[in-house]
Design a protein around this ligand. Structure first.
Ligand code: SF4
Length: 282
């Protein structure tokens, strides 16, 4: 069996930076408890390792006790939550990905004159909640072209169109073109999609065409990992999304001669290597 690993498999820059920051803090906490506002990444194995080291994942910002470190994860937080934390006796360690931060600041800057934000993304995703909090004059979140069509956009209102950093660039650009070309609408487009996502998706698509089967490694609750599995399936290649090597159906995999492996932006290298070891042993 031949096993081909995607070059872009695994941590993206934002996740890597956030985890390095957290590792540094764990190594020298200075006697303060460390609380993360929400899971640092969508990977249960990494979260379990940090929990063993005493890192607490706070469900709500109010759960961070006074005197503690409050770590902001790569997705960022809402403007209001950040203001509340700054008003309290906690030490903020901001690990918001620079690209998410840039998207927040662009939305802030482009909505100061009454513009309404149209955001392409998952309404209940923490990054999206953070992004829309920077639009002071209202917003609409839509997750598909159909949902965009259902919005009653009003001529005369100035709109800003942006996207969650991990959304599909091709779809976004086609919706953006349509809105920009509508003579009744005033829409300015902000380009906030991160290339890390696009590169992973396009490499997955190319790899899926060259193999008989794809294995996508990463948290089942990780949106960007799930999308990689979707991309492979859309290419017509059978695919299995696994969290760890233990989830591999080795018997079924034995029927394939060429297997492609990729991993979401929140998947640690050690989990990818364990999957490769099992596949290479078949
Ligand atoms: S996918 Fe891009 S925007 Fe999101 S955390 Fe990674 S580098 Fe940052």
């Amino acid at each position: 069996m031949e096993v081909i690993l995607a070059e872009t498999a695994g941590f993206c820059m934002g996740v890597d930076m956030a985890l390095r920051r957290l590792d540094k803090l764990v190594a020298a906490p200075g006697g303060r408890p460390i609380h993360i506002i929400g899971p640092i990444i969508h990977n249960p194995q990494v979260l379990a390792r940090y929990a063993e080291q005493g890192v607490v994942t706070a469900e709500r910002p109010d759960d961070v006790p006074d005197g503690a470190y409050a770590v902001i994860r790569a997705h960022g937080i809402t403007r209001q939550v950040e203001a509340d934390l700054r008003a309290r006796d906690v030490i903020i360690k901001d690990a918001t990905c620079p690209r998410v931060k840039k998207a927040q600041l662009l939305i802030d800057r482009y909505t100061v004159d009454g513009e309404v934000l149209l955001l392409y993304g998952e309404a209940d995703h923490p990054e999206v909640r953070g992004l829309v909090s920077y639009a002071g004059n209202g917003h609409h979140v839509f997750g598909s072209e159909e949902e965009l069509n259902d919005l009653s956009l009003v001529p005369g209102v100035r709109y800003i169109l942006a996207a969650q950093t991990t959304q599909d660039r091709t779809l976004f650009e086609s919706m953006a073109r349509r809105l920009e070309q509508d003579p009744d609408l005033d829409v300015t487009v902000l380009h906030t999609i991160c290339d890390a996502t696009k590169l992973r998706q396009s490499e997955t698509s190319e790899l899926a065409d060259r193999v008989d089967f794809m294995v996508v490694v990463g948290g089942l609750n990780s949106g960007n990992t799930r999308r990689l599995a979707q991309v492979a399936v859309e290419r017509g290649t059978p695919c299995s999304h696994v969290e760890t090597a233990a989830d591999l159906d080795t018997e079924a995999l034995n029927h394939y001669s060429r297997i492609g492996v990729t991993a979401g932006a929140s998947t640690p290298r050690v989990l990818i290597d364990q999957v490769l070891d099992v596949l290479e042993s078949l």
